[in-house]
Structures are given as C-alpha cells and as structure tokens.
Design a protein around this ligand. Sequence first.
Ligand SMILES: Cc1ncc(COP(=O)(O)O)c(C=O)c1O
Length: 384
Amino acid sequence: MLEVTALPLAELRARTSEKWREYPDDVLPLFVAETDFPLAPAVADALQHAVATGDTGYIASRNPLAGSYAAFARRRFGWDADAERMRSTADVSMGIVEILRRVVSPGERVVVTTPVYPPFFELVTEAGGIVERVPLRDTGTGWELDLEAIRSALDDGVRAVLLCNPHNPTGTVHSRDSLAALAALADEYGAAVVSDEIHAPLAQPGTGYTPFLAVSDDARRVGYAVVSASKAFNLAGLKCALMVTAADSTSAVVRDLPIEVEWRTGQFGLLAAVAAFSEESDPWLDGLLHTLDQNRRLVADLLAAHLPDARYRIPDAGYLAWIDLTGLGWGENPARRILRDAKVALHYGPAFGGEGAGHVRLNFGTSPEIITEAIERIAALVER
Ligand SMILES: Cc1ncc(COP(=O)(O)O)c(C=O)c1O
C-alpha cells in the first residue's frame, strides 16, 4: 500500500478546477466531488507521456480501456465483466442519459432513490423521462432500497430504475440481497435498471459492495452499469466512462448507440483510466482507501466533539459525509449560513431531494487539517 496524503492548501489553491475557483480564498471548499490528493503515479506518468509525445488526438477505436476495466473488476470485485459488452463515452452522466433514452420512451417514469446526487433529476428529464421519487428507507442505522415502494412504482407503470451503487450522498453500499430483489422486480415488470457505479472503486473493504451486474441472471438481463475511474482517481475533467452490459439484449442497446457517443470519450481520460485500472495503481488505490477510512472516522470524532447535535453515519464508500444538522435549528438549508458565516462551502442538502432538508454534504477527500478546520469553523457558529 502506498501512503496517499492530500496536498497542502497553498498547492491546492493553484488548481483552476471548480472546487478551487468557485469561492474566494477565505472559503474552505468541501462541496463538489473532487479530491485533494496528488494523481496516482501511473496516471501521472501516462498523462505526462501523452503530453511529451503530443498524443492528443481522437481515441483509437481499438483501445485497451474495456480490457483494463474487466481486469480491474476481476481483481477488485471478483466480477468477470465481459470486455466485449462495454462501450466508452465522455462521462457517467452522458452514459446514463444515452441508455435511458433507449430504455424509456418520452414521458415514461424513472425511479430515483432520494436523497440522491442532484443531477439525477436532470439526467432523467434530459433523456425524456419523468422522475419518480422513491426515498431510501432509513433503517435507524443506515439506508436501504425501499423495495415495496419500488414494486408499487413498477406496478404503476414505471419503466426504469436509476440506481446509485454505492449511493451518493449517503455512502450506502447496497446489500447483494437488496440488489437481487430489485433485479427480480425489474425483470418481473420488464423494466430496466441503470446502475451508476462511479463510487464503486471507493467501497471500503468489508462493506460487501457488489456490482449490480454480478448479482444474478435477472440483473444481467435488466441491467446496465455505468462506471468510471473518475471519482477514485480524480479524473472528472478528462472525460471517460464505460457503459457495461452482460446480456445480448442490453449489449445490443449499447452497441447500437451512435458512434459519436463513443467518440466523445476524451483521449486523456482514456489514457488516464487505463493507467488507473492497471494493477500498478492498486497500491495507490489501497492507500487512498486507507486515508479515506481514517477521514470518515475523523469526521465522526470531530462532530461528536464539536457538534454533538449533528447526526452522521460513517459511509461505506466514497469521500462524502451526509450530515443531518436539523438538531441545530439552522433551517431547511444550513449550508447557506455555514458558507456565509463559517466560510466553509458544503453541498446544499435540499438539492438531493426533500429528505435533504436540514442536511449538508461534506467532502472529506482532503487532509485531516482541512477537515478539522472546517468542522471547527462550523462549530464556532454554535458557540457564537
Ligand atoms: C453518483 C454520481 N454519478 C455521476 C457523477 C458525475 O460523473 P461524471 O462527471 O462522470 O458525469 C457523480 C459526481 O460526483 C456522482 O457522484
């Protein structure tokens, strides 16, 4: 395992991406899902080599991406994904939209399980569908799919489920049993499941992450997964994702997409993803998971010490903390006050759906120092 440590604030402020340009320098930016770590060495080498050789053209139609993802999935998840049944595109959002366009007709409904990554609402609409919100069930210790409510929605004519596995913002790794039950339901009603698995490489060991398509024959019949190296390896700006299928009918849907959908894949994104998925990057990814494991616990310790009225469950995956601040009485959207008075930028809870009232989402893909300072700044508002 490599030690993966976030860059110091002064270096981060030299970055020009959304995280570092949206707010002035007195704000600690813990909102958008970018991370503050240096690139994995193999990724940096691949990109530097491309720059040195001017390798900046179109992606090659014969390229190693699908094969490298299949090998990654086998090593990391024990899943035998078939490289012949994958196609690339620019990003996960685009993959979701292109698939939804083919599996739902205009005006048909698509389940999203709120609270959820806010662009899901727009992606369904962009694809011509109508959002059907089916909130996750709060079990008291975590969240799970509300299978009965999803059955009712399917029974009522919903045509697809847009799944988030692992789930953003709660960090929930859905259990294999719940995924198998969802697949069986979708199969029974002839509906599709589009599974966004962008956070999968960041599922913590022992949390039982299962790729949707690995769950059952039902899942393989009804399912499409959209995957990317972009969250774990912080490559969102380079534009590369994969649409993965596991049955003839679903593979045909993806195979029949216009070639242009595939050509939008970024060449830098593809080169970086191949390096990220290679075995050479495993020690870096293990090191990142270790750092994130410490950070997710640090958030719990800091909240317990400084903001005991906040409610937070340690996520199974990723670098996003979903924090319920209802107990502080800071209203529907506490992130507004936190930005104004504590100079910490968090994601607005209500953007994730009605269940997000009183909540914030904090990005802990950074250093312990920045996490500590952010939570101390927020706590100082209570003391004021
Ligand atoms: C669940 C989820 N899906 C999709 C995305 C966006 O991915 P992309 O930039 O590949 O469209 C994000 C970004 O944070 C995400 O959390």
